[in-house]
Every structure is written in C-alpha cells, then in structure tokens.
Ligand binder design. Structure first.
Ligand code: GDR
Length: 333
C-alpha cells in the first residue's frame, strides 16, 4: 500500500538461515535499480542499538511497528521471548524515536495494538472498553499500548495505537485459523489431504480483510493529532461457522473431515471479540470494504489455485515442500 502511494519503504528483516521473504517476494525490487523504492535491512526488535542506527540511516517520516511474535498460542510456549519482542521491543522503538537526532523532522509512529488486549471483556469492544488480556501475547501488547500512550503524553510524540481486530487475507500465515482452514479444505477438495485438526470451534471473532485495515493504519498517521482507534467490521462469527462456510463453498461436508485435537486449545481462551469502530468511521472516514463472504471467497480461490499447482507437481513426480501447510506441520499452533 505504501509503495502504491509513492513512498520509499524500508523493511526490517529478521536473520534466518532459510529465506523468509515469501510473502513479499512479489514486491521485490533490485536495490541496484535507480528506481527502487523498497529496501530491506537486517534488524530485530530485541536489538535496540541496531534499530537506532537504522533510524539515523533511513531518516523515516513514519514508522509502523508491525513486528511481533504474533501467535497467541505460541506465546504460551515462549512467554519471555514474546514479552521481549512485543513489549520491550516497542519500548526500544519508542526510545529510539524519542532520542532521534535533531534533524528537525518529526517521526510519526504507529503501534500495532490488538483486539486480544480486550481478552475477556465482553463485546462489543471499543476504545473505552477495559483491557483484560488472556495470554502472554496480549499482556505484552497491553504493555506496548500504554508505553505508546505514555510517550505521546510525556514527550509529545506523534504516536498512535491501532487496536485492530483479526484481519486476514490470501497472504495470512498458515498457522492462523482462517488460513489453516482454507489451505486444508482446498487440499482436501483436490485429494491431497484427508483430515483437518482444529482446536476450539466455539471461539468467535470479528474477521476483516487486511488490505482494508492497513489503510486505517496509514490514515491514523495522516491526522492532525495522534490518537488510538479500534479497527473492526462489527460482525462476529464462530470458528465453526468459518469452517462450515469454507467447506460449503467447496461442496464438502465439514463434519466428515474436521477433527478436534486438544493440543490446539489454549490455556486461557478469548471467547468473543466484536469491535465497535465508530470512532474510526467518524474521525478517519474509514470503513471496511470487503465483507466476510468476500474474504472467504478470496482466500478459497487462491488456496484452490495453490492446491491445483501442488497436485500437478505431485502428479509429475515432483516433491512439494510441506512448509506453509499448517494442518500438516502445525506444531500445535
Ligand atoms: P487470534 O488468531 O488468536 O485471534 O490472534 P487465530 O487465528 O490464531 O485464532 C483464532 C481463534 O481460533 C481458534 N482456533 C484455532 N487457532 C489456531 N491458530 N489453530 C487452530 O487449529 C485453531 N482451532 C481453533 C483459537 O483458539 C482462537 O480462538 C490473531 C493474531 O493475528 C494476533 O496477532 C492478533 O493480534 C489478533 O488476531 C487480532
């Protein structure tokens, strides 16, 4: 979205021994190309000095902190790491921005808050709803939220929290429930898999389309004053309903294929999230464009195509990496 708006974009990339850029490969630009506007730098939210150096080198106008250990279930297995990256990582970025060299430029800061912060506070949730986090991930996000508010109040930073409800797309990571379902159901449809193991089907979420939500993040940083906003569709559906719709769309009876595996249950669950985004509607002029049905259609269409490609490869004797097929290789997430 930022590239389409004409921005020069600098992304921070975690070092890994294998490539981890699959989801942005379609944006790749050769950095030697004089017209290139997308650059990647090694960095990590656990490394404050690296981030400070990057800030001085890049001199950004806007910083979007979307980095996190973002999987709720995984945060129960890695609570300290999650707190370090999601909570302290945000503090490191805020500190770096506060101490930014006196170029006279203001850096606007966006913090990816989460509806998970509301936890067990009943829906509908809005900016005034008390937080009651239910996972190490959510607790870390609450810490980052309040640091962002405090840096705004204490140092006059242009810092905003977006409190985004679940947002999905064709590029959603495969261990999150929506993509796990569309990936598995389409593979089942094409005879590549015969079971899908899930956890709690009764959880209810407010699922929107990611492309709509990034527009809201950007809008927050274009306002005269920094503020915090809930971004949501205001519609709630259960995981069971999501499963049912996806399998229906493929003319399959989900009951024949879906089984419950308790290893996907969470020690504490968030039962129901449904956001009230009236403030964003009023102040940012924002509203979601893609409906729940369209979201499912887009995800199913794309994953059907991936499954078709996989089948052709297999039929021709090629081995296909299982990376990205969470229902095969999900590690309990
Ligand atoms: P969530 O997303 O925890 O809401 O956080 P996720 O898709 O992981 O879970 C949604 C609900 O589905 C239930 N569920 C399962 N979840 C997973 N991952 N795998 C399963 O097999 C499964 N079976 C049932 C979960 O228990 C849960 O209730 C997402 C993340 O993107 C966060 O980073 C972000 O902050 C919030 O959305 C808003």
């Amino acid at each position: 979205m930022l590239l389409a708006k004409g921005y020069e974009v600098h992304g921070v990339l975690r070092r890994s021994s294998s490539f981890n850029t699959d989801r942005i490969d379609h944006l790749y630009q050769d950095p030697h190309d004089p017209g290139a506007r997308l650059f990647l730098h090694y960095g990590d939210l656990s490394d404050g000095s690296g981030f400070r150096a990057l800030l001085e080198q890049v001199e950004p106008d806007e910083v979007y902190n979307l980095g996190a250990q973002s999987h709720v279930k995984v945060s129960f297995h890695q609570p300290e790491y999650t707190a370090d990256v999601d909570a302290l990582g945000t503090l490191r970025v805020l500190e770096a921005i506060r101490a930014y060299p006196s170029t006279g430029r203001e850096v606007r800061f966006y913090q990816a808050g989460s509806s998970e912060m509301f936890g067990s506070s009943p829906p509908p949730q809005s900016e005034g709803t008390p937080f009651h986090p239910r996972s190490p991930y959510a607790v870390a996000k609450v810490y980052a939220y309040w640091q962002t508010v405090n840096y705004r109040e204490a140092y006059d930073l242009f810092a905003c929290n977006g409190i985004l409800f679940n947002h999905e797309s064709e590029r959603r990571g495969e261990t999150f429930v929506t993509r796990k379902i569309t990936r598995a159901a389409t593979r089942i449809k094409l005879g590549l898999q015969d079971k899908l193991f899930l956890g709690n089907l009764d959880a209810k979420r407010d699922w929107g389309y990611a492309a709509d939500y990034v527009e809201a993040m950007w809008l927050m940083l274009q306002q005269d004053e920094p503020d915090d906003y809930v971004i949501a569709t205001g519609q709630i559906h259960s995981v069971r309903e999501f499963v049912e719709r996806v399998f229906d769309r493929l003319d399959l009876d989900w009951r024949e294929y879906v089984a419950i595996d308790p290893r996907y249950f969470r020690p504490a669950e968030v039962d129901a999230l449904c956001g009230d985004a009236s403030k964003a509607r009023k102040k940012l002029g924002w509203q979601p464009q893609v409906t729940f049905e369209e979201l499912i259609e887009r995800m199913v269409e794309q994953d059907l195509e991936l499954a078709r490609q996989e089948r052709v490869l297999r039929e021709n004797g090629h081995s296909v990496p299982l990376r990205g097929i969470a229902s095969v290789w999900g590690h309990g997430a």
